[in-house]
Design a protein around this ligand. Sequence first.
Ligand code: F0G
Length: 435
Amino acid sequence: MSAELICFESRCRARFPITEVIYNCPRCGGLLECTYPGRSADPAALKRTWRERRMSNAKLDQSGVWRYREMIAFLDNYDSVVSLREGNTPLLDAPRAAAYAGLDRLVFKHQGFNPTGSFKDNGMTCGATQAIRLGMKRVACVSTGNTSASMAAYSSAAGLQPIVFIPHGNISYGKLAQALEYGARTFQVEANFDQILALVMKLTERLGIYLLNSINPFRIEGQKTIIVEMMDQRDWNPPDWIVLPGGNLGNISAFGKALREMLELGLIAKSPRLAVIQAAGSAPFYELMKSKDRSVLPKVEHPETLATAIRIGDPVSWPKALHEVTSSNGVVEKVTEQEIADAKAQIGLCGIGCEPASAATLAGIRKLRAAGVIAADADIVAVLTGNLLKDPDYIYKYHTNQLAAPGGDKIQSTFGNQPVVVPNDPDEIARLLDR
Ligand code: F0G
């Protein structure tokens, strides 16, 4: 099968070889995506093959990304695939979270079960593999934390040199620790994510380093498989809604592309509606959807949120995200710091847990339910993007009533669960437990 890069802009649609090292269209500057001219499939046969591969011990088949390789067929061969057995993330029923949002039922697809604890691994296995195919030696990204953790792991596993740029003081220690442990050269830049991305794009071009941010179309190919796996797990019955947090808007771009392609290939019969949730202090995409003129993104100059993973004011993939949300008849919502913190505690009480950005999903669903946009009996899958242990500092502060929003406003510890200091005395502890 042939694969090409194609400009996402409908007025351009220029095509380029799949092995060209480009991130934007050289002709018009638009975003790029992978395309597979002439691709067709026997949907029933594909579904059977994918199910059978779950029984296999082969590396490619064990990966929840490469198992679906017919959907991401940009390689000539699979010799250089770097896999940490990513994907394979569960669908988890969360009755307590459903009740909190006013729903009959709610299911989470938990991407925090990935090898480095976030959905980035689905994309990074593809991005790192493409880097090897292109003969690159060094790879780089700017990150709010998860991309850097994932890139560090996959490139070290592949023998590439990872170089990470992060906003100084604004990523959680869990994520920074991963980048260090996985051997990335790590630069903490005194600027925000958006400013550092501009810097890194210049640097990578100048130094011949491969850029692995989500502007890289191969990352998006891998992240598509989150949706393919979700449909496989649901026996190809699409839900009414898929809900996810939005930061740089790569993931929503991947989800939309997956749905378009699955419809085209006859793997599903209808598209779910996509709902993107942003933090109120970093919500340029929400503002864009509200705006009459959707041709210019109303950037947020100084984005703020304790959900640092989505602290982004100028998301690069917004044109793709706009297309995918509108063509799925989707919506964009924003939620406050308090709403995120409380929703996160509710997810924890389901025995599931996640990092702050992921909890924006439940907060957003609750708001959309209250506004009547989502029905009580809707069939919903919310994607939890990152593992609970990514940001333990936030959790401890919430439960001990010490969490404050970026402006200094106190966040109420609504569902707080304070640890209790006790003497080494069984009678005293028994008395406390009786209360
Ligand atoms: N949730 C988590 C846990 C994330 O780490 C991110 C993005 C998002 C949601 C938003 O996804 O950018 O595709 O819209 N983190 C990036 C990073 C920006 O650098 O790790 P998006």
